[in-house]
Design a binder for this molecule. Structure first.
Ligand code: SAM
Ligand code: SF4
Length: 361
């Protein structure tokens, strides 16, 4: 028997076909989905938002993901690597402004030098903040021993998007070589979880070749894997990447945006107490995109605190927003946005994933 959207939303568990129906919902049905996810957020998280001051500390990358503007093969951008002092000054800014946490993100490089550098920076960040700044890392695939070193040095959250859980789609959006191995990505996620990190993953939405079935599978994977944090955003094409050749077959940007909101609403309903990021890419499509995500389920925002002169060079996709703002601009703009979404920024707290706390007990 075909269930209607109202009946599906009353179920405790969604099947794949339920999820597809919700992803395809329109008009009043779509409103019902968003109403349900907003209620769940209110009940399990409250109307709150926590900041992670985002430091995009280097755009140097050893990989060649076919969608990404900072891929190794793109020669049309200036490569940069913040000095330790610049990173520490940005962390100090976050601490002084009571952000609670920072997120360190970069292209992916694996070497003893990087391992030691990040370990040393983590110690210094803890030192300058009396141990009070929480740290999320997002620096790609590394050895388990490296993850463990960084965990011991004070990093406690890690974001590694799986990008797509359909292996054949994963292979279409990455070069087919040992440097871009789907199973290695999964093994990294598992190792992060085993070490004790609050583990976050997510996917891009609206990729070429991607189907509703793929997206439903992604949500079921995240539930099954028992993630603590989710960061999902729309795929946005970049002119200097190989995937641009499929730009003509993509769904319109506004549909990718809408589908991302539905994915966020669904993961909020399916995994009630996880942390969900309102991705910057949403704002590249709709000026109040992140605010809309907060309204229907997201509870984490990542104000960019990378020094302004580098921002233009961390262009993952075309029209990336806020590349000419300063850290102060980002904060006041985000605060205004959050209050537009009737939510409140919580300062001076880590804002850890409640799901993680529950899982560890
Ligand atoms: N290098 C690390 C990694 O790949 O995990 C972290 C930095 S990487 C730039 C962060 C995320 O950017 C990726 O996981 C990917 O989902 C996203 N991204 C890259 N290119 C994108 C694009 N064209 N549109 C939307 N998101 C993109
Ligand atoms: Fe490098 Fe990450 Fe971009 Fe892939 S997504 S090319 S690993 S920065």
């Amino acid at each position: 028997m075909e269930l209607n959207i109202k009946d599906i939303l009353e179920k405790d568990e969604f099947s794949k076909s339920n999820i597809i129906s919700l992803l395809e919902s329109e008009s009043e049905d779509r409103t019902l989905l968003f109403k349900k996810s907003a209620e769940i957020k209110e009940k399990y998280i409250g109307n709150k938002v926590w900041f992670r001051g985002l430091i995009e500390f280097s755009n140097i990358c050893g990989k060649d993901c076919l969608y990404c503007g900072i891929r190794k093969g793109n020669k049309n951008l200036n490569r940069y690597n913040l000095s330790d002092d610049e990173i520490l000054a940005a962390a100090k800014f976050a601490y002084t402004n009571r952000y609670g946490s920072i997120a360190l993100q970069s292209g992916e490089l694996e070497s003893q030098f990087i391992t030691d550098r990040i370990e040393n920076l983590l110690h210094k960040i803890k030192e300058l903040s009396n141990g009070e700044l929480g740290v999320t890392l997002s620096v790609g695939e590394q050895k388990p021993t490296t993850y463990k070193k960084w965990y011991d040095a004070g990093a406690h959250r890690y974001l590694l998007r799986v990008e797509s859980t359909n292996q054949s789609l994963y292979q279409k959006i990455h070069p087919n070589d040992s440097n871009h191995d789907f199973n290695k990505r999964l093994a990294c996620l598992k190792s992060l979880q085993d070490i004790g990190y609050q583990t976050g993953t997510g996917v891009m939405i609206g990729l070429p070749f991607q189907t509703m079935d793929d997206l439903a599978g992604d949500l079921l994977f995240m539930k099954e894997f028992n993630i603590d944090m989710c960061g999902m955003g729309p795929y946005i094409e970049h002119a200097d990447t190989p995937l641009i050749e499929h730009a003509g077959n993509l769904m319109p940007l506004k549909d990718r945006f809408d589908l991302t909101l539905k994915m966020i609403a669904l993961i909020r309903i399916m995994m009630k107490d996880i942390n969900i990021v309102a991705a910057t890419a949403l704002q590249a499509i709709d000026p109040i995109g992140r605010e809309k995500a907060v309204k229907i389920g997201a509870n984490i925002l990542m104000p960019n605190i990378t020094p302004g002169k580098y921002r233009d060079s961390y262009k993952l996709y075309d029209n990336k927003p806020c590349t000419d703002d300063s850290a102060e601009d980002c904060q006041s703009c985000l605060e205004a946005r959050v209050s537009l979404a009737d939510a409140e920024v919580v300062y001076g707290e880590w804002g850890d994933s409640k799901h993680y706390e529950g899982r560890r007990q």
